[in-house]
Design a protein around this ligand. Structure first.
Ligand code: G6Q
Length: 547
C-alpha cells in the first residue's frame, strides 16, 4: 500500500500541511463549512474541522480510486466471498434491503428465506407485545432476557438503549452477557419465571459464556416451576446451529435462524434483534432497516467525493497513517446513545484490528485505530482534558440530535451549546494573546499572568467531525450504524486486510475451553508457562477443591 502513487503523494503533501493551523484555514476560507459538509436525509456531516485542504481531499480520493474502492463496493454487494479466510460472503445488507431484486448466493436468491424469518420474528414479537403469548401459568410476558455476548449482545443492547422512547414500557428487556454469575443472578433476582421469556442468542450455540448462562437460566426456571412441561413458552433461540439449540431443549418453532454470511458484529439487522422487535415493535424495526438501506444506496451510488462513509474512512486513514494518531474518540451528545461507543468499538476494532494483509503477509503500516468513547457531556468532565491539552492527537466524532423527545429547550440548549463550544475550542484552541487578555480582564498582574500563561494556552488544531441529525429515531439510528459499517469496510480495503474474520476472538474461545477442564480437580497444573501455572495453581489452592 505504501508503494501506491497516491500514498507517496500523500506523504509529500503531509509534510507541507502538517503544521498548518485549522484556525487559519477557517480565517482564509469562509466557505469551508459549505465545502466540507455533506447531508444524507436529515443527517448533516460536518468534516470541515479537520486538518485538510482541497489538495488533501483530492489525494485521499486518488487513494480510494487507486485501491479500486468502487469495484470492491460492487464485490461486497454482489455477495462475492470477500471474507476469504472463512470463504464467506458478507451480506448483512441483504437483511435490510428494501428492494425485491434478488440477492443471490451460490445462484440462490436469499431474500425469501430472510423475509420468512423476519415474519416469524415479527409474529412472535407481536404475540408478546399484545399479551397473546402466555407463559406456563397463563400469564403474559413482562420480562425478556437476552442471553448472548459480543455480536449477539452489543448490537441489540445498544439499539434497545438508543430507542428507549419507542419501547413498550411495561415489558422490561434485560441483557445478560457476562459469564460472571453476578450478571445473571443480579438479573434473575427480580424476575418471575412465570412471566419471563429467555432468548438464547448465539450464532454458533457453542460460546462458553452464553451456554453457561443459558444453562443457569434453564435450571433457575426448572427449580422454580418444577416441570419442563411449558418450557417452550419461556425459551427461544436465535442461532445458525439449530441442532444444538434443539439439544438444549428449545422447541424448533422457537428457533430463529441466522446465516453464516452475517458476521456477529454485523448481525443487528437479523433475527438476533428479536429482543428489539419485542421492545419497539416491527414497524419501528422496519424503519431501522430503511435507514440502513438508505445508506447502502448512498454508498453504492454516490460519487466518492460526496460519499459519506468514503470521506469518513479517508479522514481516518489520514490521521492514522500520516499523523500517526493511534486512537479515535466517539462522543455522542445524546444520552440514549450511551452504548454506541461500545458497539462501535467491537465493529471497528474486531474488523480492522488485523496485521496480516489479504495475501497473508505481515503489514508494515498501521491499521485499525483504538476506538474509545463516552457520552460527550460526561467525558468533558473526565477525559476531555487529554483531548484538549494532552500530547496525543485524538480525532473525535461528535454526534448530536436537533430535537429531543420532550423538546425541553432548557436542557437541549445547554447540551448543544457544549457541542458547538467543544468543537470550536478543539479547532481554535486559545493562543497566548487571548489568554493574556482574559487573565488581564480578571485583574491578574503581569507576574501572575506570566506564571499561569503556559498552562492556560490551548494549542487547538485538534480535529472533530460532527454529525447532527433531527432526532434519534429508528431510521436515523439505522443510517448512523450503516455509515460506520461502510467506513470500516473502506478502511479495510485500503489497508488490504480482511475486515470480516475474527481469529483473535476465536482464539480466546479455544484457550478458555482448554483451561476449563483443568480447573475441576486439585491436581497441580504444569503444562503452561510458569506465570499461568502459578496463577491457576494459586486459584485452585485458594478454592480448596476436593481430591
Ligand atoms: C462477532 C464476533 C463475536 C461473536 C461472539 C458471540 O463478529 O464473532 O463477537 O459475536 O463471540 O458468538 P456467538 O453468537 O456464536 O455466541
Amino acid at each position: 500500500m505504501r508503494k501506491l502513487k497516491s500514498w507517496q503523494k500523500l506523504e509529500e503533501h503531509f509534510s507541507s500541511i502538517k503544521d498548518e493551523e485549522m484556525r487559519d484555514m477557517f480565517a482564509n476560507d469562509p466557505e469551508r463549512f459549505n465545502k466540507y459538509s455533506l447531508t444524507l436525509d436529515d443527517i448533516l456531516y460536518d468534516y470541515s474541522k479537520n486538518r485538510i485542504n482541497d489538495q488533501t481531499l483530492k489525494l485521499l480520493l486518488e487513494l480510494a480510486e487507486e485501491v479500486n474502492i468502487s469495484t470492491w463496493i460492487k464485490k461486497l454487494f454482489k455477495g462475492e466471498p470477500i471474507n476469504h479466510t472463512e470463504n464467506r460472503a458478507v451480506l448483512h445488507m441483504a437483511l435490510r434491503t428494501q428492494s425485491s431484486k434478488p440477492v443471490k448466493l451460490d445462484g440462490i436468491n436469499i431474500l425469501p428465506d430472510i423475509h420468512y424469518e423476519r415474519e416469524r420474528v415479527k409474529q412472535l414479537a407481536e404475540k408478546i407485545r399484545t399479551r397473546q403469548w402466555r407463559g406456563a401459568t397463563n400469564q403474559s410476558i413482562t420480562d425478556v432476557v437476552n442471553i448472548g455476548i459480543g455480536g449477539s449482545h452489543l448490537g441489540p443492547q445498544m439499539v434497545y438503549e438508543a430507542l428507549k422512547p419507542y419501547t413498550l414500557h411495561d415489558i422490561n428487556i434485560h441483557y445478560v452477557s457476562n459469564v460472571d454469575e453476578n450478571h445473571i443472578n443480579d438479573t434473575l433476582v427480580y424476575l418471575n419465571p412465570e412471566t419471563t421469556l429467555f432468548i438464547i442468542s448465539s450464532k454458533t450455540f457453542t460460546t462458553q459464556d452464553t451456554m453457561v448462562n443459558a444453562q443457569t437460566a434453564k435450571k433457575w426456571y426448572l427449580n422454580k416451576m418444577g416441570s419442563e412441561e411449558f418450557i417452550h413458552r419461556h425459551f427461544c433461540a436465535v442461532t445458525a446451529n439449530i441442532t444444538l439449540a434443539k439439544q438444549f431443549g428449545i422447541n424448533e418453532g422457537n428457533i430463529f435462524k441466522m446465516w453464516d454470511w452475517v458476521g456477529g458484529r454485523y448481525s443487528i439487522w437479523s433475527s438476533i434483534s428479536l429482543s428489539i422487535v419485542i421492545a419497539i415493535g416491527s414497524d419501528n424495526f422496519d424503519q431501522l432497516l430503511v435507514g440502513a438501506d438508505e445508506v447502502d444506496q448512498h454508498f453504492q451510488d454516490t460519487p466518492l467525493e460526496q460519499n459519506i462513509p468514503v470521506i469518513m474512512a479517508l479522514l481516518g486513514i489520514w490521521y492514522n497513517n500520516f499523523f500517526a494518531s493511534e486512537t479515535i474518540a466517539i462522543l455522542p451528545y445524546d444520552q440514549h446513545l450511551h452504548r454506541f461507543p461500545a458497539y462501535l468499538q467491537q465493529a471497528d476494532m474486531e474488523s480492522n484490528g488485523k496485521s496480516v494483509d489479504r495475501n497473508g503477509k505481515q503489514v508494515n503500516y498501521s491499521t485499525g485505530p483504538i476506538l474509545f468513547g463516552e457520552i460527550g457531556i460526561s467525558a468533558q468532565h473526565a477525559f476531555f482534558q487529554l483531548l484538549h491539552q494532552g500530547t496525543k492527537l485524538v480525532p473525535c466524532d461528535i454526534l448530536a440530535p436537533i430535537y429531543n423527545m420532550e423538546r425541553n429547550l432548557t436542557h437541549h440548549h445547554a447540551l448543544m451549546s457544549n457541542v458547538f463550544a467543544q468543537t470550536e475550542a478543539m479547532m481554535k484552541g486559545r493562543n497566548e494573546q487571548e489568554v493574556t487578555e482574559e487573565l488581564k480582564a480578571q485583574g491578574l498582574n503581569t507576574a501572575q499572568i506570566k506564571a499561569l500563561l503556559p498552562y492556560k494556552i490551548f494549542s487547538g488544531n485538534r480535529p472533530t467531525s460532527t454529525f447532527i441529525f433531527d432526532t434519534l429515531d429508528p431510521k436515523t439510528l439505522g443510517s448512523l450504524i450503516a455509515l460506520y459499517e461502510h467506513k470500516i469496510f473502506v478502511q479495510g480495503i485500503i489497508w488490504e486486510i480482511n475486515s470480516f474474520d475474527q481469529w483473535g476472538v476465536e482464539l480466546g474461545k479455544k484457550l478458555a475451553n482448554t483451561i476449563l477442564s483443568q480447573l475441576d480437580d486439585d491436581d497441580e497444573v504444569t503444562n503452561h508457562d510458569c506465570s499461568t501455572n502459578g496463577l491457576i495453581n494459586h486459584y485452585k489452592k485458594k478454592l480448596n477443591l476436593p481430591k
